[in-house]
Design a protein around this ligand. Structure first.
Ligand code: 5GP
Length: 190
């Protein structure tokens, strides 16, 4: 997606050989016009599929997932990382190791919002080693949902999450794939 790649090239900051900071439009401040385009691009890529629920994880997956939900008219469920007082019992849970925070979080989704009738598309901001997506897949499977695929805003192609998921036969659509962050340079895959 050219608009997204241009934005990453202009505003992305390489923090290390493995971490890209995109706080100005995705992870802290949000660019709603770009997010709308992202939602439409996901809708277009998965237009041949019936999607009844979009599943993401707080917090940075919520904006792109919601824009997709708005485009296709499907509800968005986000897994929570911290248990809230209003979220007790009746939960699907999974363990997710966070690449950026280097800690394991238990993520949870209320059983009220996923059912075996749902065709679920998973959305997230970044794909690195695939831990967050694996946790979301685990939750969707516990709920007996059909998995339509995975939509990612930025995939870091030099980490193995995308490869592992695709080898499992899961359809992964990434709007921008980064080949390398070495030498403080953002290089995109073709
Ligand atoms: P994974 O679970 O695939 O290893 O990592 C994906 C998750 O970690 C995403 O939900 C995202 O929040 C975070 N993440 C991984 N790599 C990066 C990165 O380079 N930059 C930012 N901003 N977040 C990342």
């Amino acid at each position: 997606m050219d608009l997204l790649k241009e934005k990453i090239a202009q505003e992305g900051k390489v923090l290390s050989d493995t971490v890209l900071k995109v706080d100005s439009f995705l992870n802290h401040q949000i660019d709603p016009l770009l997010m709308r385009e992202i939602g439409e691009e996901f809708a277009n890529r998965f237009k041949d599929e019936v999607i009844t629920k979009i599943l993401t994880i707080e917090s940075s997956g919520i904006a792109p997932a919601t824009m997709l939900g708005l485009t296709i008219g499907a509800e968005v469920v986000f897994a929570r990382k911290k248990k809230s007082l209003t979220l007790s019992g009746n939960l699907y849970t999974s363990q997710v190791y966070s690449f950026t925070k280097q800690e394991t979080n238990e993520i949870s989704v209320s059983k009220d919002f996923l059912s075996p009738d749902d065709n679920v598309l998973i959305i997230d901001d970044f794909l690195a080693n695939g831990e967050a997506v694996k946790g979301l897949l685990d939750i969707a499977k516990q709920a007996g949902c059909k998995i339509v695929g995975v939509g990612i805003v930025i995939e870091k192609g030099f980490q193995n999450g995308g490869k592992v998921l695709r080898e499992q036969g899961i359809r992964v659509e990434s709007l921008a794939i980064i080949k390398s962050l070495k030498n403080n340079t953002i290089e995109f895959a073709e």
